[in-house]
Write a protein that binds this ligand. Sequence first.
Ligand code: FRU
Length: 487
Amino acid sequence: MPTAPRDPHRPVAHLRPPGNWINDPNGLVFHDGHYHVSYQYNPHGADHANMHWGHFRSPDLLSWEPLPIALSPTPGGVDADGCFSGNAVSDGDRMVAFYSAHRQERPQHQPVTCATSHDGGRTFRPRGELLVPEPPEGCTMFRDPYVWRHGDGWRMLVGAAFADGRGAALLYHSPDLETWTYQGPFDAREPEPVGSTGLHTGEGWECPQYLPAAHGPGALILSAWNDDDSPRCVAALLGAENGDVFEAGPPVLVDHGPDCYAPALLRAPGDRWLLWGWSGEARDEAWAVADGWAGLLTLPREISVDGGGSLRQQPASELLTLRGERTVHAAGRTHTDPVGLGNVGRSFDLTARLEPTSNAGLRLLTTPDGSEYLDIRIDADAGELVVDRDHASLDPRARGGSYRMPCPLDGPLDLRVIVDHSIAEVFLTTTGQVLTLRFYPTGEGPWRLEARGGPDAHFGYEVDAWRLHPLVIKESASGAAPSDPLP
Ligand code: FRU
């Protein structure tokens, strides 16, 4: 039988199971010599329903082993309608996953429960009862626990919205992971503008994550939730603990693109912090359903707060190993004429050093006639780097839009761009900022890169691009494909 052609939009270097819907990364923990990455997963379709936790593990962030589904709703149980988001901790030989127990009759109230594994995450025994059954007085939304070790005990944040209009991360304490006591809001605020982006911190905070202050400020990361469909964003509050309260400055964006939400942290050996986000589809739902899959996890990113108090992200250093043949190696200067830099495949890793010239930038052309392209250009008047997908798909079912991140203009700009079929992650290495978006080129290869000068001045560029090898997805030791529900 002829094999079906490969889906051109399915990524190769980003984690996701072979089929069906995924959303948030969950249960991120280093345990037993492995990075464990679970994710919100519907084993029965490409829509958001029947939430389980799918599960991968890896010793090195490059080769991944699908493990059996970690968490499944228990019929008639506290989580009968879904095992929503949460994290996991490593405690001796056990791994404990904390999650939000969903039942349809309480749609915005997912109390906390947990499940424990003693076999490296192959099987989890759900507690069956709630750990934190009731939200505090005045909560209109409550979900998404994040637990971490604190001194001799443990702390937990839970995302919430208050009836008075504040979003919040609520703090709990436990001596033993069993008994939890509410300490009050770690931070809570009314929707607050995030810079001049037009976005705000939301009516409620989903998936709070905490990167504790070590030698400088710490970061409280929140996914801004609104009951209506207004745009979501991920913001970080940078500050320091004062007892049970986090004192922080104004919010900053964690990702400047439209397609990264509900990111989660993993504390890796060597005090390295990694972050994965959920990159949802930016195309008609019916298209994703017809293709049988929706959503993927971003690349793992190293995340830190630098000495100057800025949040910085870069792809995990291990990902350099995925670089294959270098297909572009170009440097030059141009005025108004576009310059061809070479061909790239559908997944590539690119570095560029660009002179900060207005309206100059790089274009990825994905059809031979050049009518379909993704643009990255400098807007010197605004002091921003623009990533524009308005022409990135000839298919009208793909979303357009252009997105911006601040960029300094007092020196060359260093970029790292990782493109993998239908996702582009644009890192402005100079500042440590990142912008993630999905795009759906229709053109068959080869794809081409161009440098494009601005009308006013010569534009200098140096660009290198390498093929990006796929992640190695191992056979599961247990024989379970990641899309197999447990019997
Ligand atoms: C964020 C979120 C979480 C929730 C989960 C359900 O994307 O809404 O708040 O636990 O997804 O899938």
